[in-house]
Structure formats: C-alpha cells, structure tokens
Ligand binder design. Structure first.
Ligand code: HEC
Ligand code: HEC
Ligand code: HEC
Ligand code: HEC
Ligand code: HEC
Length: 214
C-alpha cells in the first residue's frame, strides 16, 4: 500500500519535471534568436542585395508606419514578370499572381503583444535597419541576430550613440544630417582623411514605462 503510494508520488514528480522541461525548452525556442523559419516561398536577401535593391524598396511601409510590410505579389512581379519567369523557385509567386491568392510570409521577429514598437519613428531618426536586424543583406534565410529584450530597448533609449548604426546606402533610408565634419584622424584606412562625414546626432528617447507599454 505504502510502496504504491510512494511510486505514485515519484511518478508524479517525474511527470511534473518532464512537463516543466518541455515548457522551458519551448520558452527557449520562442525567444527566437538565430532561429530560421521555413517559408513556403523561396526568397534570398543575399541574392537580391547583390543588385543593390534597397531594403525600403520592398519594406516601404517601415518609413511611414509602425510596422514593416512584407512585399506583395505585385512587388515581386515588378521584376519577375520578365525575369527568371521559367524558374522552379518562382512557381509560388507566379501561381499567386495568376490565382490572386496573396503570398504569405511567416514572421521571424515577434514582440509580445503588450509591447509597442514603431518602425517609422526609429527610421526617421536615421537608425539603420542593421542596428536591430544585423546584416540581412548577407542572409539567405532571415534570422534574428539578437534577442529583443527590454534591457536592450531601454539601454539604447538612454544612450543611442552607443548602439546606432548610421544609415547605409543599401537600406535606402534618407535623413537630414544635422552635422557634417571632416575627420581629424583617420580611424579607417578606407575612409580618406579629407572625406566629409555627415552624422545625425540622435537624442536620447523616453524610458517611461508607458512609452512601450499601455
Ligand atoms: C528589383 C527587382 C526584383 C524584385 C522586386 C524581386 N526580385 Fe527576385 N530576383 C531579382 C534578380 C535580379 C534575380 C536574379 C538573381 C541572380 O540570379 O543572381 C532574382 C532572383 C530570384 C529568385 C531565384 C530564381 C532562380 O531561379 O535562381 C527567386 C526565388 C526570387 N528572385 C524571388 C523573389 C520574390 C519572392 C520576390 C518578392 C518578394 C522578388 N524576387 C522580388 C530581382 C528582383
Ligand atoms: C526584393 C524584396 C526585398 C528586399 C530588397 C529586402 N527584403 Fe527583407 N524580406 C523580404 C521578404 C519576401 C521577406 C519574408 C521572407 C523572409 O523572411 O526571408 C523579408 C523578411 C525580412 C525580415 C524578417 C522579418 C520578420 O520578422 O519576419 C527582415 C528583418 C528584413 N526582411 C529586413 C530587410 C533588410 C534590412 C533589407 C535590406 C538589407 C531587406 N529586408 C531587403 C523581401 C525583401
Ligand atoms: C530600433 C530597432 C529596429 C530598426 C531600426 C528596424 N527594425 Fe524591423 N523590427 C524591429 C522589431 C522590434 C520588430 C518586431 C516587431 C513586432 O513583432 O511587433 C521588427 C520587425 C520587422 C519586420 C517584420 C514585420 C513587422 O513589422 O513586424 C520587418 C520586415 C522589418 N522589421 C524590417 C525592417 C527594415 C527593412 C528596417 C530598416 C528600414 C527595420 N526593420 C528597422 C526592430 C527594428
Ligand atoms: C538603436 C537604438 C534604439 C533601439 C535599439 C530601440 N529604440 Fe526605440 N527609439 C530610439 C530613439 C532614438 C527614439 C526617438 C525617436 C524620436 O524622438 O522620434 C525611439 C523612440 C521609440 C518610441 C517612441 C517614443 C515616443 O516618444 O513616442 C517607442 C515606442 C520605442 N522607441 C520603442 C522601442 C522598443 C519597444 C524597442 C525594443 C524592441 C526599441 N524602441 C529599441 C532608439 C532605439
Ligand atoms: C523602450 C521600451 C520599453 C520601456 C521604456 C519599458 N519596457 Fe518593459 N518591456 C519591453 C520589451 C521589448 C519587453 C519584452 C521583452 C522582454 O521580455 O524582455 C518588455 C517586457 C516587460 C515586462 C515583462 C517581463 C517578462 O519577463 O515577462 C514587464 C513586467 C515590463 N516590461 C515592465 C516595464 C516597466 C515597469 C517599465 C518602466 C519602468 C518598462 N517595462 C519600460 C520594452 C520596454
């Protein structure tokens, strides 16, 4: 009788540990860093960036909206109506064009629902995509290069100059620089010492809880 009870107790502990493990693993996976998501539509940033197609060419809504759009069938077909039309890899795009069923891409980056984020506000400050997304132009499948933790958001809001990468040509972000100066010393051999560097001085942003949480 007593042994049976002990066994039940033991089994329930093992069961609880098992379930706990499962949730921890799920939580770990959910954080999403470096995780590649299998898309149904073949697309490589690396391949397209070779031709200097800017990020905002496809993700144009990022400049004016809180979210960054995925390109639509029409956006892809701007080029592929005439380019690589016979390719197996483009079948799903062409099917979508013919059938009017929109393309659907799965999201790699996901903030919890209780966090508010806004692309246009960051981009109009002259914060390059690479600051948060890494070198997407070198990726075949996109993945998240860092965890989007609260600590990171808040740290940058306090001291943006430590984190911000200035706009690069590939991203297509235009911004009004508010200072330009000649480099005194030459930190990089590739930059001629006479070159005028234009920079945007970025002011610290709000760290009030209500900035990011309702
Ligand atoms: C501005 C023009 C342009 C747009 C817009 C564009 N592509 Fe492309 N795409 C290209 C070029 C150029 C190549 C050829 C790359 C190479 O072979 O080096 C290509 C190649 C590809 C290939 C590889 C084809 C093969 O057989 O190797 C796929 C798949 C593809 N694109 C998918 C897409 C999808 C999906 C979209 C929309 C999200 C899109 N492209 C939007 C220009 C474009
Ligand atoms: C030709 C169109 C095109 C261009 C140019 C382009 N992208 Fe994309 N981007 C896509 C498509 C299609 C997806 C969805 C499939 C995927 O994740 O690879 C995507 C996905 C992404 C994602 C993943 C978002 C998420 O959470 O799922 C990021 C980040 C991203 N792009 C950033 C960039 C950056 C940065 C650049 C410039 C270096 C860029 N993209 C240029 C078409 C494009
Ligand atoms: C300050 C950091 C930051 C910058 C700069 C930034 N992003 Fe994002 N991006 C994010 C975050 C955070 C998410 C996840 C948003 C969510 O899940 O609500 C995201 C999501 C995305 C997505 C998925 C769709 C969406 O809106 O959720 C795409 C595509 C994307 N970014 C492209 C870009 C491109 C292109 C640029 C540059 C023009 C850019 N991002 C600049 C932080 C940034
Ligand atoms: C690389 C630096 C940087 C990172 C990382 C960053 N931010 Fe920001 N954020 C800024 C700057 C600079 C502004 C100020 C924009 C302005 O004044 O228009 C800003 C503004 C904002 C605003 C609007 C503030 C207002 O006054 O309305 C929100 C909301 C916000 N950020 C949320 C986030 C969240 C959430 C994250 C993390 C997922 C994040 N930010 C990551 C630099 C950053
Ligand atoms: C600049 C944006 C930003 C500001 C300001 C901010 N948060 Fe957050 N917060 C986030 C993001 C992004 C997450 C989700 C990512 C994570 O869990 O780290 C988050 C998550 C949280 C969570 C859930 C943590 C967890 O582990 O599940 C709590 C609680 C929270 N914030 C409280 C606060 C409080 C209180 C303040 C004010 C002192 C604050 N936040 C200010 C961006 C912000």
């Amino acid at each position: 009788m007593c042994i049976a009870k002990n066994k039940l107790f033991l089994f329930s502990i093992i069961f609880v540990l098992f379930v706990l493990n499962f949730f921890l693993l799920l939580n770990f996976l959910r954080s999403g860093r470096n995780l590649k998501i299998q898309q149904n539509i073949s697309f490589s940033h690396k391949m397209h960036s070779k031709y200097k197609i800017t990020c905002l060419f496809c993700h144009y809504k990022a400049e004016t909206n809180s979210y960054a759009n995925f390109p639509t069938t029409k956006d892809c077909m701007m080029c592929h109506i005439a380019l690589r039309t016979e390719s197996e890899l483009l079948k799903s795009v062409i099917f979508s064009y013919d059938s009017l069923v929109p393309l659907s891409f799965k999201k790699t980056h996901n903030l919890p629902d209780y966090v508010r984020f806004n692309h246009s506000l960051h981009i109009n400050q002259g914060i390059d995509c690479a600051t948060c997304h890494g070198l997407v132009e070198e990726m075949d499948s996109t993945f998240q290069v860092r965890n989007f933790t609260m600590g990171w958001c808040v740290e940058c809001h306090r001291q943006p100059e430590k984190y911000v990468i200035q706009p690069r040509e590939i991203s297509g972000i235009f911004y009004a620089p508010n200072e330009s100066f000649k480099l005194e010393s030459n930190p990089l051999d590739s930059i001629s010492s006479k070159q005028i560097i234009t920079i945007r001085r970025i002011q610290p942003a709000s760290t009030e809880c209500s900035t990011c949480h309702n």
